[in-house]
Unconditional design. Structure first.
Length: 179
C-alpha cells in the first residue's frame, strides 16, 4: 500500500496509507473479543478469514447514534440472509476496547449473529488505510465506516464511506453486492 506524509488540520505531520481495495489481501490484524462464556480471546485476520467467506464491517465508535441505531442493527437483523448467501462470519470492527465492544454487542443483541471485534489501538484500521482523525472532537483516531466481503482473506467487495458518512455500507448494500 502506498504511504504519503501529509499535515493534518491540527498541524501534525502524519503518514497516510492509501485505503485497501478490491482484489487485495487483508493485512495482518489481531483483534480482541469476548466469547460466549465471557472469556477474552484473540483472533487474527488469518484465523477469521482463512478458507471462509466473511462480511467485515467497521464503525467509527461503539454506542454512537448512527452505529447503534442503523449500522450494527442492520447486520444483526439480516444475519440469516447473509448465511443463506454462504457467509460464514459477520464481524464488526471498531477502534474501542473489548469490554466496550462486548457491552455494546449485548446492548444491540448481536449474540452469535455478529462477532464484535475490538481493534483497540487501531492497528488493523491503520493497516487498511481507513483511519478517521476525530481528535478535534475529542474522540481520537477512529475508523472510517465500511463494509467488505472477504473470501479466504481477499477483498471481493468494498463499500468505503467518506468520513463518518452512512450512505453505502449498510447490510442492505452489502447483501445487494454479494455474488
Amino acid at each position: 500500500m502506498q504511504r504519503t506524509a501529509v499535515r493534518s488540520s491540527h498541524g501534525r505531520v502524519q503518514v497516510v496509507t492509501r485505503a485497501i481495495a478490491v482484489g487485495q489481501k487483508l493485512p495482518e490484524g489481531k483483534f480482541k473479543y469476548f466469547d460466549g462464556e465471557g472469556q477474552m480471546r484473540d483472533v487474527t485476520t488469518d484465523e477469521l478469514c482463512k478458507g471462509k467467506k466473511v462480511v467485515l464491517f467497521a464503525v467509527p465508535g461503539a454506542f454512537t447514534p448512527t452505529c447503534s441505531l442503523k449500522h450494527v442493527p442492520g447486520f444483526v437483523d439480516k444475519a440469516d440472509e447473509f448465511k443463506t448467501k454462504g457467509v460464514d462470519t459477520i464481524a464488526c470492527v471498531s477502534v474501542n476496547d473489548a469490554f466496550v465492544m462486548a457491552a455494546w454487542g449485548k446492548d444491540l443483541k448481536a449474540g452469535d449473529k455478529v462477532l464484535m471485534l475490538a481493534d483497540g489501538n487501531g492497528q488493523f484500521t491503520k493497516a487498511l488505510g481507513v483511519e478517521l482523525d476525530l481528535v478535534d472532537k475529542g474522540l481520537g483516531l477512529r475508523s472510517r465506516r465500511y463494509s467488505m466481503y472477504v473470501e479466504d482473506g481477499m477483498v471481493k467487495v468494498l463499500h468505503l464511506e467518506e468520513g463518518g458518512a452512512f450512505t453505502v455500507s449498510s447490510a442492505e448494500d452489502m447483501l445487494a453486492s454479494l455474488p
